[in-house]
Design a protein around this ligand. Structure first.
Ligand code: HSE
Length: 436
């Protein structure tokens, strides 16, 4: 039977859910004319539906129970926006089994249980859309899946956590420390009351797992991604990085080198002249290098009701078009290869340049002791800064290296730390780009 409208049911009326309803109601006629059939919000489930007052929907649309939405035979698309693993996974699987298409923004779920979800979508011949899971309003999933289909993705670098980017930007611009910048972000509503997953890099790792799955056509769990957050970054390191011509960003990195894949999330020094180094505040950006297009940079708002709502609408629109047009070209999860010759590199095996900061006693012979150990591990110094002594006996000794192996960096740091002239823990930050 020909459909005369598409009915959606929303699970979770938080920030994104509210944005989705706003777009669907305010642009109802516009969307119906663009898509050839109207999209109707049939049900919205949330335990707490206080936000409903601001929305232009009939009262009987709001329900407390997710099953009321999932098991409603008149609903075509379930939009899961409750987040977390349980019960979101069960709700999604039940919706798929009920023959409903699902749209989700749930990055944590897809980054850990994505295989089960994609398999279930494929088995039930329905669509799973997840544009809103990475990069908010930046259509990066569509870009990788559709626009860049003719490319082999050689590298991808993403600033995909707005909270961390806001904090690092503030630390850089105002010279303030991590906790002060975090507090400011919380006051302005840019950071959650519990910002752990944002500042420890996990949220970026979730998103990188999704981007890597699509880029390399292999299943990737975020648990396999080396992840380091921004909590140990100090204004001192930001200032030294600047003196060397670099800026510090929390970067999600995916690279393919022959049959090796590197996936990692960590604070990274980037040359100031790179475009991506100028992505500040809560904004996100993803730099992609494809073998056909070369470099490309995608920039926009990575969070918020309307940008993320816009991403959800784009998945709904794809489903509407495929239902209208009859040809379903959407992702159902079966394009992921299970057998692959690609191997995930261990962090110890990556190679790159590094920034070091040692707190040392300002005495003759210190530099030669440290450079001797670096030399023993084949680490070549590119440049050094040592600040003059004022009253302090301990001064920062800062250096940048040529390309070295992480394994050697770790061993050298361990030995340098044992020197009596070295105080505290040496700091090292990975560097991407810049002249060798
Ligand atoms: N917490 C995320 C961020 C927003 O700070 O970027 C949604 O993905």
């Amino acid at each position: 039977m020909k459909k005369t409208q598409l009915s959606v049911g929303i699970l979770g009326l938080g920030i994104v859910g509210t944005g989705v309803v706003k777009i669907l109601t305010e642009k109802h006629r516009e969307l119906a004319s663009k898509l050839g059939l109207p999209i109707v919000v049939k049900r919205v489930a949330d335990i707490d539906v206080r936000r409903k007052r601001a929305l232009k929907l009939p009262r009987n649309v709001f329900v407390k129970n997710a099953e009321t939405v999932i098991d409603d035979p008149s609903i075509d698309i379930v939009i899961e926006l409750i987040g977390g693993i349980h019960p979101a996974k069960e709700y999604i699987l039940r919706s798929l089994r009920n023959g409903k298409h699902v749209v989700t923004a749930n990055k944590a779920l897809l980054a850990s249980e994505g295989s089960d979800i994609f398999k279930a979508a494929h088995k039930n011949k329905v669509v799973i859309g997840f544009e809103a899971s990475v990069g908010g309003g930046i259509p990066i999933i569509k870009i990788i899946r559709e626009a860049l289909i003719g490319n082999r993705i050689k590298a991808l670098y993403g600033i995909i956590n707005g909270t961390s980017n806001y904090i690092l930007t503030k630390m850089t611009e105002a010279g303030i420390d991590f906790s002060t910048a975090l507090k400011e972000a919380q006051t302005l509503g840019y950071a959650e009351a519990d910002p752990t997953l944002d500042v420890n890099g996990t949220d970026a790792a979730h998103k990188l797992a999704i981007l890597a799955t699509l880029s390399f056509h292999i299943p990737v769990s975020y648990k396999k991604i080396y992840t380091e957050g921004i909590t140990r970054i100090t204004p001192l390191d930001i200032a030294f990085a600047s003196e060397f011509g670099y800026t510090i960003k929390l970067l999600a990195i995916a690279k393919q080198l022959n049959t090796d894949i590197e996936l990692r999330v960590h604070p990274t020094m980037l040359p100031k002249e790179y475009l991506i180094s100028h992505v500040n505040g809560v904004f996100n950006a993803v730099y992609v290098e494809g073998d056909a297009i070369g470099p490309a940079l995608y920039y926009g708002r990575g969070a918020g009701d309307m940008p993320t709502g816009s991403a959800v609408i784009s998945d709904i629109a794809d489903i509407a078009r495929s239902i209208k047009g009859g040809a379903n070209t959407l992702f159902r999860g079966n394009r992921i290869q299970r057998k692959t010759n690609l191997t995930l590199q261990k962090i110890e095996d990556i190679q790159g340049s590094y920034y070091f900061r040692f707190s040392v006693l300002d005495r003759p012979g210190v530099l030669s002791k440290i450079s001797g150990i670096l030399g023993d591990y084949n680490i070549s110094i590119k440049s050094v800064i040592q600040k003059e002594r004022h009253k302090e006996k301990v001064v920062p000794l800062v250096m940048m290296t040529h390309k070295a192996r992480e394994k050697d960096i770790i061993s050298a740091v361990k030995n340098i730390k044992k020197l009596t002239v070295v105080h505290g823990n040496p700091v090292y930050i990975r560097v991407e780009g810049g002249k060798e």
